[in-house]
Design a protein around this ligand. Structure first.
Ligand code: GLN
Length: 497
C-alpha cells in the first residue's frame, strides 16, 4: 500500500503543478516533455494527487507511489542527458488486478489470493515497461473477472465517476474509472466477454479487445482461456493503437498467439476511403435494448450513409443463442482453470482443521471464493459432467462454430459490423444484485466477439438523456486491427463534429 508521509509530500508538490499538466495524447505529452513544458515527475504527481482525492471511487487496489515516482525521476534525468525517448517514455499506465507484475500483489479481487505476490511479469506488461511506461498501480475488478458491474470484488464496489450512484461496468471497472477520472493516461483490462468494452461504454471512454491471440496471455490470470484477451482503455484511438502495437509482439510463452499485421501501419483514416458496414437487424430491434440507444444508433447508420459509406442492415438470427453459449463454455473453462486454487498449489487456507483432504479443499474454497465465482464453478462443473456434456457443452461448441461461420460470411462481404456495446447505459448500484440472469443477458452484444475471436472496440460517441454516456461497438475480421482502428478513427471524428 502507499507510503503515507511520502505520499503527502508528493501531493503537496503535485498541488503546485496541478494547473499546468493536462494530458491529451501520448504524442502531445512527448512534445511537451521535449519542450521542457512538463516533467514526468510532474505528471506522476498529478495522477497520484487525483488517485488520492478520488479514493472513494475505489478504482485502485494498490498504488505504486514510490516506484512510479522513482521511474519518473530516472526518465527526466535521461531526457536531460539527451537520450532518445522510447515509445512510451513516461506514459502513466494502470493495470487490472489480474495481470502479474513481478514482486507486486495480484489477487484477481479474490480473498482466495489474499497476499499473493507475482513471481513473474506478464509479457504484455513487460513490453510496456521495456518502452519506459510508468506503471502507477493495480485496479479493482470483479472477482476473477466474472461480472458486469465491479460489485463482485473482495475490495468492494467501484463507483462511476460521472454519477456515483451508478456502476462503472465490469469486470474491469477500476481500470475504466482510472482513465475516466484522470488517475492515469491509459490502463489495461481483460476482456473475456466484454469486460473492457462494456465498462468503457458505461464510463465514456474507448475500450479495445483485440483478436484472440493478439496479445500474449502469459501472466494474465485465466478465467476462460479460449476467450480471454488483455484489452486497452484510453481516450484516443491513436493512443490505444500505440499500446496495441507494442503489446502485440509475439511471445513464445503463449502458443495461442497469432501474428498480427503490424498496427504501426495504423494511420489516421483517409477521408476519401468509404467502408462497407453491416448493422445487425435483430440487435437494434432486440426487446431488451433501451429505445434511445436503438434510435441514436439508427440515426448514426443514416449519418454513415449520408457520408457515402455502404451501409446495410443484415439478418442475424443467432443472436438469442449467444449468451447461453458463452455462459456454458466460459463456466466450463473456469471450473477447470480455477481448480488450482485449492490451498495447496495456490490460495487461502482455512483455519478449520479438516478431517480429510476433501474437507481441506472444501473449507479453503468455500471461504476463499465469492458467491458469483462459486456459482460459475458449479455451473461449469455441471455442464461438463457425464450425462450433461452433450446436452450443454457440446451443443454450445456447435453454436460457437456456427457463429464463427456466420461472422466469416459477413466479413467476406463487409469491412465491419456496428452494433451497440450494451443494451443500456450504466446500471444503478445494486440493480441486479438478486438477478444474475438479467445481468448475464446484458452481455448480449459483447460476447459475440469473444466467441468468434474477432477484434472489437467500444467508441463513446453519444450521450443519453439520463446524462450517461454510451457509444457504438465496431467489429472487424480476425487480425484486421488496422482496419478496425482506421474505422474507429473515422467514427470518433464523426462523433466529434
Ligand atoms: N460480463 C461478462 C462475464 O461476467 C464478461 C466478463 C469478462 O469479460 N471478463 O462473464
Amino acid at each position: 500500500m502507499c507510503n503515507k508521509p511520502l505520499q503527502e509530500i508528493l501531493y503537496n508538490l503535485a498541488f503546485q503543478f496541478c494547473t499546468m499538466f493536462v494530458f491529451t495524447t501520448i504524442n502531445n505529452y512527448h512534445k511537451d516533455l521535449s519542450n521542457g513544458q512538463y516533467t514526468c515527475a510532474e505528471a506522476v504527481n498529478i495522477y497520484l494527487k487525483n488517485i488520492n482525492e478520488k479514493q472513494h471511487l475505489n478504482a485502485f487496489v494498490e498504488v505504486y507511489t514510490k516506484e512510479a515516482m522513482a521511474k519518473a525521476i530516472v526518465l527526466d534525468e535521461q531526457r536531460k542527458q539527451g537520450l532518445p525517448l522510447k515509445k512510451l517514455h513516461g506514459v502513466v499506465i494502470a493495470i487490472k488486478d489480474v495481470i502479474c507484475y513481478n514482486g507486486h500483489k495480484v489477487t484477481a479481487a479474490s480473498k482466495i489470493l489474499d497476499g499473493f505476490e507475482s513471481l513473474y511479469t506478464a509479457s504484455a506488461l513487460q513490453y510496456l515497461i521495456d518502452e519506459d511506461a510508468i506503471i502507477i498501480g493495480s485496479c479493482n475488478c470483479d472477482e476473477f473477472a466474472m461480472g458486469s458491474t465491479n460489485e463482485n470484488s473482495v475490495y468492494g464496489k467501484v463507483l462511476n465517476a460521472l454519477n456515483e450512484t451508478k456502476v462503472p461496468g465490469g469486470s474491469s471497472g477500476g481500470s475504466a474509472v482510472a482513465v475516466q477520472a484522470n488517475m492515469c493516461m491509459l490502463s489495461l483490462g481483460s476482456d473475456t466477454g466484454g469486460s473492457v468494452r462494456q465498462p468503457a461504454d458505461f464510463c465514456g471512454i474507448i475500450g479495445l479487445k483485440p483478436s484472440y491471440g493478439t496479445i500474449s496471455r502469459y501472466g494474465l490470470i485465466a478465467y476462460a482461456s479460449s476467450f480471454d484477451q488483455i484489452g486497452i482503455f484510453g481516450k484516443t484511438v491513436g493512443d490505444v493503437a500505440l499500446l496495441l502495437e507494442i503489446m502485440s509482439k509475439p511471445d513464445e510463452k503463449d502458443s495461442t498467439m497469432n501474428v498480427l499485421k503490424s498496427t504501426s501501419e495504423f494511420a489516421k483514416h483517409s477521408p476519401e476511403k468509404k467502408y462497407k458496414i453491416a448493422f445487425l437487424k435483430q440487435a437494434l430491434e432486440h426487446d431488451g435494448i433501451d429505445a434511445e440507444i436503438a434510435s441514436k444508433i439508427k440515426l448514426f447508420q443514416k449519418d454513415l450513409k449520408d457520408n457515402n459509406h455502404h451501409v446495410a442492415e443484415i439478418n442475424f438470427d443467432l443472436l438469442e443463442f449467444i449468451v447461453p453459449a458463452y455462459y456454458v463454455l466460459t463456466t466450463a473453462e473456469a471450473s477447470s482453470n480455477l481448480s488450482r486454487y485449492d490451498g495447496v498449489r495456490y490460495g487461502h487456507v482455512s483455519k478449520i482443521v479438516p478431517e480429510n483432504l476433501s474437507e481441506f479443499y472444501l473449507n479453503n474454497r468455500t471461504e476463499g471464493f465469492g458467491a458469483e465465482v462459486k456459482r460459475r464453478i458449479m455451473l461449469g462443473t455441471f455442464v461438463l459432467s457425464t450425462g450433461y456434456y452433450d446436452a450443454f457443452y457440446s451443443k454450445a461448441q456447435k453454436i460457437r462454430n456456427l457463429l464463427v461461420k456466420k461472422i466469416t460470411e459477413i466479413f467476406d462481404e463487409y469491412d465491419a459490423i456496428i452494433m451497440p456495446v450494451s443494451p443500456c447505459t450504466a446500471f444503478d448500484i445494486g440493480q441486479n444484485d438478486k438477478d444474475p440472469i438479467a445481468m448475464y443477458l446484458a452481455d448480449i452484444f459483447t460476447v459475440f466477439a469473444n466467441l468468434t475471436g474477432v477484434p472489437a472496440i467500444a467508441l463513446p460517441i453519444f450521450s443519453h438523456s439520463n446524462n450517461m454516456p454510451f457509444g457504438v461497438q465496431v467489429l472487424c475480421n480476425k487480425n484486421d486491427e488496422v482496419l478496425l482502428l482506421q474505422i474507429s478513427d473515422m467514427i470518433m471524428e464523426m462523433g466529434n463534429k
